[in-house]
Design a protein around this ligand. Structure first.
Ligand code: ZN
Length: 383
């Protein structure tokens, strides 16, 4: 009889995720964490009535000691009773992640950092730095100190290099700030300087949305042969989804294929098939369906199976893209392990993929591809 693929203990390298909230959240705050909208749920509706909301009630409730499908009120009361630290510990331990790649550039003051995540999740944690955030931080300091654009740009490179002595990669949110239909060419130095000057002349908190400076950052990362994570596709309501198709990066990918830089396309939903194509044709392109897994809930099996269509298995990665709610770490891993096992079993049924081949492919996608790409493997040191 055919043996089903058991991935319940599959080692996972969550190569793109964030921290969990330090403080407790109320019902409205929690509903905001399980939605990509920046607005409260439409009057008369709740975020619990969604794929991800049902997943919380079905599969996170038992981790917190409740029967499946409590009411949202009972679930929130249980969260409060356990306290934020215990809720995080229970869900992160249940997620059973071996390695976190933690991107620290978004809401860092609200969430736990890599060290705390490593402790709470009994895992290894490595940092991924957000290019746009570093550029904003260095610009704010330069503006305060009254330095000129040339000094700012050299400070920016120095800061980036310092961060990269420990960080394992960088992330760009060009998708959010300028869309992916930007000019792929490396911007001229004088142009970069004039845009840096204009950027530092702005008042208030600096939000980098200057296409020239964002292109400059991407090329700095390319010059350093970094792993460059790109937000692709689905995200919060800041994003123009029609400008987030990864095919818009084709010129950039073509221009960088022999530089040593590697690109990881994050989430990609609903463009994961386009991402699979790019991962196939460009040796330095990888992708995951991160955020698309949690939010498609019971349908995530289909999304995961679709991610296994064109892309070579050595180019597919795992991420949860969890931010804030520890539930998203648990669900990201639970749904991924389940969906990947289901897809591989189906291939086994259709074409007789042997168990050892199914397990080998699962291990590549769950851990080995990221370990090779980022040059870290924490499996041997796992307790
Ligand atoms: Zn993210």
């Amino acid at each position: 009889m055919r043996v089903p693929t058991d991935l319940s203990r599959l080692p996972l390298f969550d190569h793109h995720c964030h921290g969990v909230l330090r403080d407790e959240v109320d019902r409205e705050g929690f509903e905001a964490l399980i939605s990509e909208s920046s607005r409260p749920a439409t009057v008369g509706t709740t975020r619990f009535d969604s794929q991800v909301g049902f997943q919380v009630l079905a599969n996170c409730a038992p981790v917190l000691g409740l029967d499946p499908f409590p009411t949202p009120e009972v679930y929130m009361a249980r969260r409060k009773e356990l306290g934020v630290e215990e809720v995080s510990r229970l869900l992160l331990r249940a997620a059973d992640i071996t390695t976190f790649g933690i991107e620290t550039g978004h809401g860092a003051d609200l969430i736990t950092g890599p060290q705390q995540m490593a402790e709470a999740g009994d895992a290894a944690a490595h940092e991924i730095v957000r290019l746009e955030r570093i550029a904003e931080q260095v610009a704010e300091k330069a503006r305060e100190a009254g330095t000129d654009a040339v000094t700012y740009l050299s400070d920016l490179e120095r800061t980036l290099d310092a961060r990269l002595t420990t960080a394992i990669g960088v992330k760009s949110i060009a998708a959010y700030r300028i869309g992916l239909d930007f000019d792929a060419a490396r911007p001229e130095r004088v142009l970069v300087q004039s845009h840096a000057e204009a950027f530092m002349r702005r008042t208030g908190a600096l939000r980098l949305d200057d296409p020239v400076l964002i292109r400059h950052l991407i090329w700095l990362a390319v010059d350093r042969a970094q792993v460059i994570q790109f937000h692709i596709g689905y995200g919060d309501d800041d994003v123009d989804l029609h400008r987030c198709n990864p095919l818009l990066l084709t010129d950039l990918l073509r221009a960088t294929r022999d530089t040593g830089a590697r690109f990881t396309l994050l989430h990609c939903y609903p463009f994961h098939r386009e991402a699979g194509y790019l991962a196939d044709v460009f040796p330095h392109v990888y992708f995951d369906v991160g955020l698309g897994i949690n939010y498609s809930g019971s349908r995530s099996e289909a999304v995961i199976a679709e991610s296994l269509e064109l892309a070579p298995f050595g180019k597919i990665l795992f991420s949860s893209d969890a931010w804030g709610a520890p539930e998203l770490f648990y669900l990201g891993t639970f749904l991924f392990r389940r969906g990947l096992a289901a897809a591989l079993d189906r291939f086994g049924e259709l074409d007789g993929w042997p168990l050892e081949q199914r397990l080998r492919v699962a291990t590549m996608i769950g851990y080995e591809n990221a370990a090779r790409l980022y040059g870290v493997d924490d499996r041997a040191t796992e307790s």
